[in-house]
Design a protein around this ligand. Structure first.
Ligand code: MG
Length: 348
């Protein structure tokens, strides 16, 4: 019983710590937050949206080079590009960090080889993190090397492979690794992958750049913020088409809370004047701070900027108290970006 109690207490404590740390950096419903940029989605399923960079539209390899910088030696066949065995990897001329990638591929219709030798290729994010391309239709191999695996690290959640020769798609969301100024890893590369529309990698943190026998260390790419997309030549004539990528930008920086100089340190007597009911709302004291109970049930922490003016800590807006002819607090003026302006008389 005691253990259960300790366990529950631990969960509660951890929960409250975690909640305290969760923040977008923005107050909720801040009207100064930028509107989302308009992007026009394609009318065609799998087609590039208006802000996508098209890396291959079926016509040429102008967006690609060989990994040694020479012209890409893959060939164009029926609106697709095909890996030419022993011609080498091809890499995009443009580099990317955080991105969304759409790529379609087809393993050879004529089945040759088994396991890793059948329809093997790969899509490398930042040139380092391979999402495996393999003909995994009724073709067992080590699971962390099957189609849609983060090679050598995470098998796909399910095998959504189509038959050899049929077109398939990967939709990949990639969050690049982050490093501090000393080059220490602060967050790992994260990959989410849909295979033919089926979720197969659910935000997995890569252990390091992928490699055959064991993965590489993040130190190898310390400080790197972008890299090319690359497609693997593994000796099998795998085809690709309809490749596009969208750069994913860092969220904009939030507006700062009131600066120290603007903040006002409330005295106890000033708090006592404000505590009470204001229509359906309530002001109460919690330790050394005042809390505004919006509609009596939603606590909003108040940050004082003067004895009678406040900002809400969690939601965008201000609270101002008016004084009557008798010098007593008479009314609260509540300005919330999400709810407009309300005035509420102090009722006790
Ligand atoms: Mg491969």
């Amino acid at each position: 019983m005691r253990n259960v109690f300790v366990c529950c207490l631990t969960v509660l404590l951890l929960g409250s710590v975690a909640n305290a740390q969760l923040s977008t950096g923005w107050k909720s419903h801040d009207l100064s937050r930028a509107q989302p940029k308009v992007v026009t989605a394609s009318m065609k399923p799998g087609g590039p949206p208006s802000d996508a960079i098209v890396l291959f539209d079926g016509t040429d390899l102008s967006q690609w080079v060989s990994s040694n910088g020479a012209d890409a030696k893959w060939k164009i066949v029926d609106g697709a590009m095909e890996s030419v065995p022993r011609s080498g990897y091809i890499v995009s001329k443009q580099k990317f960090g955080d991105c969304q990638l759409h790529v379609e591929f087809a393993s050879p219709k004529t089945v040759k080889g088994t396991g890793q030798g059948r329809g093997n290729s790969g899509v490398f994010l930042m040139g380092e993190f391979e999402v495996q391309v393999l003909d995994s239709y009724e073709n067992p191999t080590y699971s962390d090397g099957s189609a849609g695996s983060i090679y050598g690290q995470y098998p796909p959640l399910v095998n959504a492979s189509r038959k050899p020769g049929e077109w398939q798609s990967y939709d990949i969301v990639f969050r690049r690794p982050r490093f501090d100024d000393q080059g220490n890893l602060t967050s790992a590369a994260r990959l989410t992958v849909f295979h033919n529309g089926v979720l197969i990698q659910n935000g997995n943190d890569a252990l390091g750049p992928t490699n055959w026998i064991r993965h590489k260390a993040y130190e190898k790419i310390a400080g790197k913020t972008e890299g090319p997309l690359s497609l693997q030549d593994h000796g099998n004539p795998v085809r690709y088409r309809n490749i596009w990528v969208r750069n994913l930008l860092e969220p904009e920086q939030p507006i700062k809370e009131p600066a120290e100089g603007v903040r006002y340190e409330l005295k106890q007597v000033e708090m006592d004047r404000l505590v009470g009911r204001y229509g359906g709302h309530r002001i109460q004291q919690s330790k050394r701070a005042l809390v505004f109970m919006f509609n009596g049930n939603t606590p909003l922490t108040l940050v004082a900027t003067s004895p009678t003016t406040f900002e809400f800590k969690e939601s965008a807006g201000t609270l101002q108290f008016e004084t009557g002819a008798d010098g007593m607090i008479s009314e609260a003026v509540i300005r919330l970006d999400a709810a407009g302006v309300q005035k509420a008389k102090k009722t006790n």
